[in-house]
Design a protein around this ligand. Structure first.
Ligand SMILES: Nc1nc2c(ncn2[C@@H]2O[C@H](COP(=O)(O)OP(=O)(O)OP(=O)(O)O)[C@@H](O)[C@H]2O)c(=O)[nH]1
Length: 212
């Protein structure tokens, strides 16, 4: 028996990667999309990548927006936040300030989207730099619980938890899309039912008039 989603078309989602400057947003994206490691640091203005992946047997096209972490480009953030279906919030485990900056980013996303349940994944990058750790794992997990958003300690350098973090975000976006689709279908079914009931009532009234 075919599953409910067998015949569904490929879904397309916009993913926005946000975080302070130099935390590894471009490196995580490059590892995920191209399997490549970038040693040099070239601050991003805005880069967009398109890739297709399979999640639980379903094809998903991702348009990934790698955003600028440096202050001079933050004005563009509101625009990214309006268009994203899911957000990857990245900090570096070796930088306490990059962790603290996530709060403002999340507040802005929720303010702009007016939606507490928007798909978010938190990534503590540079996990290979354990000797330079400035953010306790427990602190990051506490934030993850408060926001009800999964947390991954990742390393773009060693390619640890890169696919896992993007896949988790994809699953959240798919789940959300499915429940919105179900809600739309329910509304349409309800409308059709209301229309049919109205027609039945009209027909009954007409029948009564004929007898008179
Ligand atoms: N050790 C280590 N270094 C990393 C890791 N990820 C990124 N880097 C290094 O950190 C620097 C910044 O990485 P980027 O990916 O350019 O950072 P970004 O967040 O995109 O920076 P902006 O474009 O300024 O916002 C580069 O020199 C990377 O090589 C990692 O997982 N481990």
């Amino acid at each position: 028996m075919p599953s409910k989603y067998s015949y569904q078309p490929c879904r397309e989602f916009n993913v926005v990667v946000l975080g302070a400057g130099g935390v590894g947003k471009s490196c995580l994206t490059a590892q995920f999309v191209h399997n490549e490691w970038i040693e040099s640091y070239d601050p991003t203005i805005e880069d967009s990548y398109r890739t297709q992946i399979s999640v639980d047997g379903r094809q998903v096209v991702l348009e990934i927006l790698d955003t600028a972490g440096t202050e001079q480009f933050v004005a563009m953030r509101d625009l990214y936040m309006k268009t994203g279906h899911g957000f990857m919030l990245v900090f570096s485990i070796s930088s306490r300030t990059s962790f603290d900056e996530l709060q403002t980013l999340r507040d802005d996303i929720i303010r702009i989207r007016d939606d507490e349940k928007i798909p978010i994944v938190i990534v503590g990058n540079k996990a290979d730099l354990e000797d330079q750790r400035a953010v306790d794992r427990a602190k990051a997990f506490a934030l993850s619980q408060r926001w009800d958003a999964p947390y991954y300690e990742a390393s773009a350098r060693t390619r640890t938890n890169v696919d896992e973090a993007f896949t988790d975000l994809c699953r959240q976006m798919l789940r959300r899309d499915d429940s919105e689709e179900e809600a739309r279908e329910e509304i349409l079914a309800q409308r059709a039912e209301n229309l049919a009931a109205k027609r039945r009532r009209r027909r009954k009234r007409k029948e009564k008039c004929a007898i008179l």
